[in-house]
Design a binder for this molecule. Structure first.
Ligand code: DGI
Ligand code: FE
Ligand code: FE
Ligand code: FE
Length: 190
């Protein structure tokens, strides 16, 4: 059944072979983090495989499909339609991959912005997306790689901090959910 999902995702991402490699990296990394935090490894692996399943949909189509499914599209999402791949990915998980588990769908939905008070699976996928072995663009990624296996909340905090610094340096619009997530993880540090 995992093999079936894997093959479907490979086809869905065939426009961008690196994206499929990244998805395998996120699945593997999410499974490792689940192992570390006594969470369900199979669920983490499936969520990792699927998290970017809507990434290769054209931006106009992303907006159109979200609207058709009555998913809200904010001003920030209109300005940066790539943000919608997480919401649309959660929808596809249900409609195209038969995933009924709301925890998996929610972890896909919030993997780009994060959100306050994430579930363990949400945090695992959020972090795995950032630290998987094929990803090396981020500034502090090696520090966060180690931290992820020591203190997952601290790792989430640094991921959000790096992301916000990057977005500010590029003058990109910050989604309300990204700001809220950062505020939550900044104020809950011990
Ligand atoms: O899909 P991936 O590239 O694997 O990773 P992702 O879904 O976490 O997306 C990462 C990109 O999303 C990265 O370039 C930063 C951007 N991003 C995250 N939060 C926000 C954001 N972009 C905007 N405009 N606003 C945000 O709040
Ligand atoms: Fe993504
Ligand atoms: Fe991410
Ligand atoms: Fe990703």
């Amino acid at each position: 059944y995992i093999e079936e999902i894997r093959n479907k995702v490979e086809i869905a991402l065939e426009k961008d072979p690196m994206r499929f490699k990244h998805s395998i990296g996120v699945a593997d990394t999410a499974a490792c983090l689940a192992m570390r935090y006594n969470s369900d490894m199979e669920k983490a692996y499936i969520t990792g495989l699927l998290h970017d399943c809507a990434k290769c949909v054209d931006d106009d189509l992303k907006i159109k499909e979200c609207r058709e499914a009555n998913l809200s599209v904010s001003q920030t999402e209109l300005e940066s339609p790539y943000l919608l791949h997480s919401k649309l990915g959660a929808l596809y998980a249900r409609t195209k991959y038969g995933i009924e588990d709301p925890e998996i769908c929610s972890a896909i939905e919030f993997h780009t912005t994060g959100k306050p008070n994430m579930s363990l699976l949400e945090k695992i996928v959020f972090i795995a997306d950032y630290i998987e072995p094929y990803r090396n663009k981020a500034w502090d990624v090696d520090i966060i790689r180690g931290l992820a296996f020591e203190d997952i909340n601290e790792a989430v905090y640094f991921c959000l901090k790096d992301t916000l610094e990057y977005l500010e340096s590029k003058n990109k619009t910050i989604d309300e959910m990204t700001s809220k997530a950062y505020a939550f993880y900044a104020s809950n540090r011990v």
